[in-house]
Design a protein around this ligand. Structure first.
Ligand code: CU
Length: 652
């Protein structure tokens, strides 16, 4: 129907271009592809098409503003923070050149902001203040098999003396093995005193432990050490050697993985600057940060300072003191970037099984509840393609009150070429939560970007069939998932392919922005090294082609839990729903903060009123985008509203 109008134009084209071209001996197939491209452009730009399937537009930033957007977040100013750090470029890392960009989708303007550390592959989540907590990043790039010249490995520095002060050791500190071989720490480290706990019989002393990466002072296999060793630390006086020493499990010439850092920052969206806060207890690369209902944040998993997956050491950030505290009582192993969500039950997290990066296939791969009160993990198996959860996407499907999680796509562990097209959902509120099969994506999809929209649908876009887009396997497609009917609708095709290191964000005007992609290769044969995708693409969903957006004339700046508020709008008669949507902060298909809170509205003269949910597990403190949605599903431009942290209980 839409294409009928082209017929005359095509005939004219045939007459004017093809016939003379044939007579002149010009290659005809390119001319034909030009026609089909013309038809395609006419089609995707037609009102009828856009109203049904939406539209994508590519945005190119000026050269000096281009960044490798590995991390992306919507700031409560409406601007976008893109963090590259060293951007998965080792030369940038070696030069100490780290980048972040603030981009304003309303004006198209952008600004490079000073970036004090390599936040490449850190974890992040928003705090109640509207600051973005960014923790961890890169201490050292990986060294592949064959590239390792000096034997190296992790050593654990132990201090058994509870009375010694904290001691700082510089990079290059030497560790001497029983054989007399010397290894040097690659980075500075700090050793804390042992802890001493009084008991009935006296006191129990527990040695402090600091994990340090050390490498042989000379290249060659002579320094390979098989099996455990105790090392003497250079600079420790002989009398102290029994108390302060290092233990290692061996020194090898094998592949060395990326290493993490402990540095933590709050990015202040109002000053657009990073503020250094307390270090994490553990160095982490690929950690997940999940905001809890009380406004604190848990940091889970990641590779440590030696490139090993952390063995279940987790810690909690308190925004009031800006410090991290290890929680030995919450020791729980997960693969890197585990997708962990705060459920409607206090102190209960849900692990969707989705993860990205590192860890053995047999450990920590089954989804389930993690109860933080007793540290019990209750697995919930039964999802389709349970072995294809690495690089899967997961998010709340529909309003968070419905407690339904969707798990989309994913692939085999490591560089497996296998991928899944599955969309499975689970209702966490049900007395016996079980996985429900949903529709299938058109293709197997690693790295799908999941964006919940104000009309309760979910945009699923991009990704690739194979590991990091290998074999030209980018999926240039998008779908809109409807949790209410468990169905999938076609959406317009994005132009830019996106696989690893990509993200999507819901913008305050109801559009969706996608960034990043870090293919292994640029060609199908896998011979040309890949280049990082720096173009932005913006999806205008079908609802924005259905007529004018309702407007919010005025809204209260804060929305305390349980309060009833009124929002002024000239469009009150046609407003159907209202949603508070948490700003997204996404990396490695992980965004634990994305949530849409349904508000029951009452129409009033010149406005609508609603009551904010009472439960901070449903509405954790933070800055939210308030959307009003009309009876045709068209959302307003959002207004920012703060849900303040619940204050201390009043005495009565
Ligand atoms: Cu990464």
């Amino acid at each position: 129907m839409i294409e009928q109008g082209l017929t005359r134009r095509v005939k004219r084209f045939l007459l004017l271009v093809i016939v003379p071209a044939v007579m002149l001996g010009v290659n005809v197939p390119p001319a034909w592809s030009w026609i089909s491209e013309l038809r395609h452009q006419r089609l995707i730009n037609s009102q009828e098409y856009k109203e049904k399937f939406g539209k994508w537009d590519v945005v190119e930033l000026p050269d000096d503003q281009k960044v490798n957007a590995i991390h992306a977040a919507v700031l409560p100013t409406g601007r976008i923070l893109l963090i590259a750090g060293s951007g998965n470029k080792e030369d940038m890392f070696n030069a100490g050149t780290f980048k972040s960009l603030v981009y304003d989708p309303a004006t198209g303007r952008s600004r490079v902001v000073p970036t004090p550390d390599d936040m490449f592959c850190s974890g992040h989540t928003f705090l109640a203040s509207g600051n973005l907590l960014v923790a961890g990043g890169t201490q050292r790039y990986e060294r592949l098999d064959g590239a390792v010249t000096n034997a190296a490995g992790g050593v654990t520095v132990k201090n058994e003396n509870p009375d010694a002060p904290v001691r700082s050791f510089p990079a290059g500190t030497e560790f001497r093995s029983p054989e007399g071989l010397v290894y040097r720490s690659t980075h500075p480290f700090e050793v804390k005193p042992a802890t001493k706990v009084a008991t009935r019989r006296g006191a129990t002393v527990t040695a402090s432990e600091t994990v340090v990466f050390a490498e042989a002072v000379e290249p060659g296999p002579r320094y390979v050490a098989v099996g455990p060793r105790q090392y003497v630390i250079n600079g420790v006086p002989p009398g102290e050697e029994q108390n302060l020493y290092a233990l290692g499990q061996g020194m090898t010439l094998e592949k060395q993985d990326y290493q993490g850092i402990e540095e933590t920052y709050e990015f202040n969206p109002y000053t657009e600057a990073y503020e250094r806060v307390g270090d994490m207890v553990f160095k982490r690369w690929y950690p997940t940060l999940t905001g809890l209902a009380d406004g604190t944040v848990i940091s889970v998993s990641g590779l440590d300072g030696t490139g090993e997956v952390l063995n279940g050491q987790n810690e909690i950030y308190d925004p009031a003191t800006r410090t991290w505290t290890e929680r030995k009582d919450l020791t729980q192993y997960f693969p890197t970037y585990p997708a962990l969500f705060q459920t409607a039950r206090e102190d209960v997290l849900f692990y969707s099984g989705a993860n990205a990066g590192y860890g053995p296939a047999e450990q920590g791969r089954v989804p389930g509840f993690w109860n933080l009160r007793n540290n019990v993990l209750t697995p919930i198996p039964g999802m389709r393609d349970p072995d294809l959860l690495e690089t899967a996407g997961s998010a709340w499907a529909g309003p968070v009150q419905e407690q339904r999680v969707a798990v989309v796509g994913g692939g085999g562990v490591g560089e497996s070429p296998r991928s899944s097209a599955r969309i499975d959902t689970i209702d966490l509120d049900s007395p016996n939560p079980t996985w429900q099969p949903g529709p299938m994506l058109p293709e197997g999809t690693r790295y799908p970007n999941l964006t919940t929209l104000p009309d309760d649908t979910m945009l699923i876009s991009n990704g690739s069939r194979d590991y990091r887009g290998k074999g030209a396997s980018d999926n240039h497609n998008a779908r809109i998932y409807r949790p209410q009917t468990n169905t999938l609708d076609y959406a317009a095709d994005p132009q830019v392919g996106r696989n690893y290191h990509a993200a999507s964000l819901l913008l305050p005007d109801g559009r969706v922005m996608t960034v990043g992609s870090d293919p292994l290769f640029n060609d199908a044969a896998g011979t040309i090294p890949g280049t990082f995708e720096q173009r932005i693409e913006i999806f205008t969903p079908p609802y924005l082609f259905k007529g004018p957006q309702p407007t919010i004339a005025d809204s209260p700046p804060t929305a305390p839990l349980g309060d009833t508020l009124t929002v002024a709008t000239p469009d009150a008669p046609r407003i159907a729903t209202a949603r508070l949507m948490a700003p997204m902060a996404s990396t490695h298909v992980t965004d634990t903060g994305q949530r849409s809170i349904a508000l029951d509205i009452t129409k009033r003269d010149g406005g609508v009123s609603f009551t904010v949910p009472e439960d901070p597990t449903i509405a954790p403190p933070g800055r939210y985008m308030l959307f009003l949605v009309d009876d045709r599903g068209v959302p307003s431009v959002a207004k920012w509203v703060e849900i303040p942290a619940p204050g201390p209980l009043e005495e009565t």
